[in-house]
Design a protein around this ligand. Structure first.
Ligand code: ZN
Length: 283
């Protein structure tokens, strides 16, 4: 019996002792043990939160209402314990969030159908900050992706690609971040921020094989896009996208591991996302 089988039977034995765990045990391939970096007990491991907070200032697409926290009761109850509970209201696509493939591809996966293996993985951070400083409508090209491969001696295969445009530093200035302070459908033509060139999206799905992609701007297509071709290309190949990613400047170009945990909205086209990275150990 292989060690993994021993562990399997040990887990089954434990589940039979734990009625709660036994109820939740499903024959689900995604629940198989995964190989993770051993970090739980190490104080030297650095974790980076790549998520913007959800509050009144969170940036949403100009056609959407912003995030609303609806305050509920908060205080000492007649029985003497403290209790607080709120409600929130939010579009799927706002703040740090995931686009599920169905967002731009009719038969694509919904957010609850995205397999977990696409949401955890080694990262490749493509730094195009300088180009985006010179041109806020910059689109990340195949040449940028190839340059990363040459510099790091590996191909963009089985990785989560994160596009560091530097545009995330404007997050607290909505007008600068989106390119406009207008809201409603007429605002869409005034959007200006960097994105992924549709030809680079095509190259990634046809010549490489990535798990997912993320960017520190409101959209994987640049602000002036009207056909959202990078969305369509990526999503027709089941590659989800993370948008409004925070603090990409804290990640090395190679060596970090990302964990992306979207709210598991049944049938959702996207969802708020808690995104974090585990940095490689210091050398
Ligand atoms: Zn989105």
């Amino acid at each position: 019996m292989y060690p993994s089988r021993k562990l399997f039977w040990l887990a089954c034995f434990c589940l039979t002792l734990d009625p709660v765990a036994a109820q939740s045990a499903q024959p689900d391939s995604e629940n198989q043990p995964a190989t993770f970096p051993s970090f739980a007990n190490s104080s030297s491991v650095q974790l980076v939160d790549l998520t913007h907070p959800f509050d009144r200032s969170t940036v949403y697409w100009p056609t959407e209402d912003g995030f609303q926290l609806i305050r509920g009761p908060a205080g000492i109850t007649p029985k003497g314990y403290y209790y607080a509970a709120n409600r929130f209201k939010s579009a799927e696509h706002g703040g740090t969030h995931i686009d599920a493939p169905i967002h731009f591809f009719e038969t694509g996966q919904t957010v609850d159908e995205i397999p977990l293996h696409r949401l955890v993985g080694a990262t490749a951070v493509i730094d195009v900050t300088k180009s985006c400083e010179e041109n806020r409508d910059y689109q990340v090209r195949v040449a940028n992706l190839r340059r990363w491969e040459t510099q790091h001696g590996r191909q963009l295969i089985d990785v989560i690609v994160l596009l560091r445009t530097g545009h995330g530093r404007h997050w607290h200035d909505r007008e600068r971040y989106l390119g406009t302070n207008k809201t409603g459908p007429e605002a869409v033509t005034d959007l200006h921020f960097p994105g992924l060139d549709p030809l680079a999206a095509k190259w990634l799905v046809e010549q490489r094989s990535i798990k997912a992609i993320g960017i520190d701007t409101p959209s994987i297509d640049y602000g002036q896009s009207s056909r959202f071709q990078s969305h369509v290309t990526l999503f027709s190949h089941d590659v989800p996208a993370f948008e409004n990613v925070a603090h990409l400047e804290k990640l090395p170009e190679l060596g970090a591991t990302v964990i992306a945990l979207p709210m598991k909205i049944g049938g959702g086209s996207g969802a708020p996302l808690r995104l974090m990275a585990i940095l490689p150990p210091p050398r």
